[in-house]
Design a protein around this ligand. Structure first.
Ligand code: GLU
Length: 364
């Protein structure tokens, strides 16, 4: 039996590259064979693939020393073409089409862009095309980039309403100590409410990708709290995807068990939008209290607002702060900052942040 019918699979640079940084075609081919097999068995798969930067680095050798941004742009522009070319060839052996979706964090901060990207992937899937997503590293502005593709994959999996996110790295999962020590072992299950693994995490980063175990854990916890199962496993192991998907097998990995109370898809988008916030809403003590208690559906009304910071438009993402300055959550504003300034303190008018578009840290 297959564990999931809809799954996002993130493949890290370290899985796809050899120690010298060149693309590992054998590994890519093995993974594509497995994705093709899953597709034939009726599973909806979206892939998030890193490896563009690494692939480009091994192809192009600039004569002059380049600054970090120019290097990233050059390597990813070249590498992304190589990466997708290889995927297309490998999938065509199975008579399957794949397509490229390049995205930026900035563009996903607007709900209409977000829905537009979701529509793009939906139409691809409906037409039997496997979307292969990556960040558009060639044109992304450094300060506005995703931390890494783990963060991007969390957003994609929730965007597509998938049951699970599988993050393939070059390590068997999250260890309860240094993976190199004999005494450490892989943490097999991370349950809701018990997701703080900071005491176990090594701070070292992966050698070719941008991510590390800490971001993987943060993203995995967040996504699992939103109702998706998240698996961190070793993409270098043969047959890993088919093994993980087989409900009869207990394959070595770390499994973040999904929270039994999934959040709505709009709230998931808000939850992943914190980094796009354009402004701040500071609420008064009364409103803070109501939000902290948070047991009913509460919106943020102008009467509960103390001050507004930043310059934002209607529908932009804003951070919500309580009376003592603690951040309580994230929301989508129904007013521009100018309009909001005008209506602060007024009663009987539409909420600044409607409940459906408010994601509170304490009760989600
Ligand atoms: N987008 C980058 C690439 O394809 C990878 C980012 C990451 O390492 O997570 O090279």
């Amino acid at each position: 039996m297959l564990r999931y019918k809809k799954v996002t699979i993130k493949i890290g640079s370290n899985v796809l590259t050899r120690p010298d940084g060149s693309l590992d075609f054998t590994r890519m081919s093995a993974l594509v064979d497995q994705v093709a097999e899953l597709k034939k068995r009726g599973v909806e798969v979206v892939m998030v693939s890193s490896g563009a930067g690494a692939a480009g680095r091994s192809q192009v050798h600039p004569e002059d020393k380049l600054d970090a941004v120019s290097q990233r742009q050059l390597f990813s522009a070249v590498g992304q073409a190589h990466l997708l070319h290889r995927y297309c060839m490998l999938f065509s052996d199975h008579h399957i089409l794949c397509g490229q979706v390049l995205t930026t964090k900035e563009s996903l901060g607007k709900r209409d862009h977000y829905l537009n990207q979701r529509n793009c992937m939906r139409v691809m899937l409906d037409n039997d095309v496997i979307p292969i997503v990556n960040e558009n590293d060639a044109i992304s502005v450094t300060e506005l980039m995703f931390t890494d593709n783990d963060e991007l994959s969390g957003l994609i999996a929730t965007m597509m309403d998938h049951e699970a996110l599988i993050i393939l790295s070059n390590i068997d999962g999250i260890y309860n100590g240094n993976p190199k020590d004999e005494g450490s072992s892989v943490i097999r299950e991370v349950l809701p409410g018990k997701r703080d693994l900071s005491e176990y995490i090594q701070t070292s980063k992966s050698s070719f990708g941008r991510g590390g175990m800490q971001t993987k854990t943060n993203i995995a916890s967040k996504v699992a709290d939103e109702g998706l199962e998240v698996i961190i496993a070793n993409g270098k192991r043969d047959n890993i995807l088919l093994d993980l998907m087989d409900s009869e097998k207990d394959t070595l990995c770390t499994r973040f068990v999904a929270s039994p109370e999934p959040t709505s898809s709009v709230k998931r988008w808000i939850a992943h939008s914190e980094g796009f916030a354009k402004g701040e809403i500071h609420v008064n003590a009364n409103c803070t209290q109501t939000l902290i208690e948070g047991d009913s559906a509460v919106s943020i009304l102008p009467v509960g607002v103390e001050r507004i910071e930043g310059d934002f438009e209607k529908d932009d993402i804003v951070l919500i702060f309580g009376a003592d300055g603690t951040q309580l959550g994230v929301g989508k504003s129904q007013y521009s900052s100018k309009e909001a300034q005008r209506v602060i303190g007024q009663k009987g008018i539409k909420p600044l942040v409607h409940y459906d578009y408010l994601y509170l840290f304490n009760n989600e």
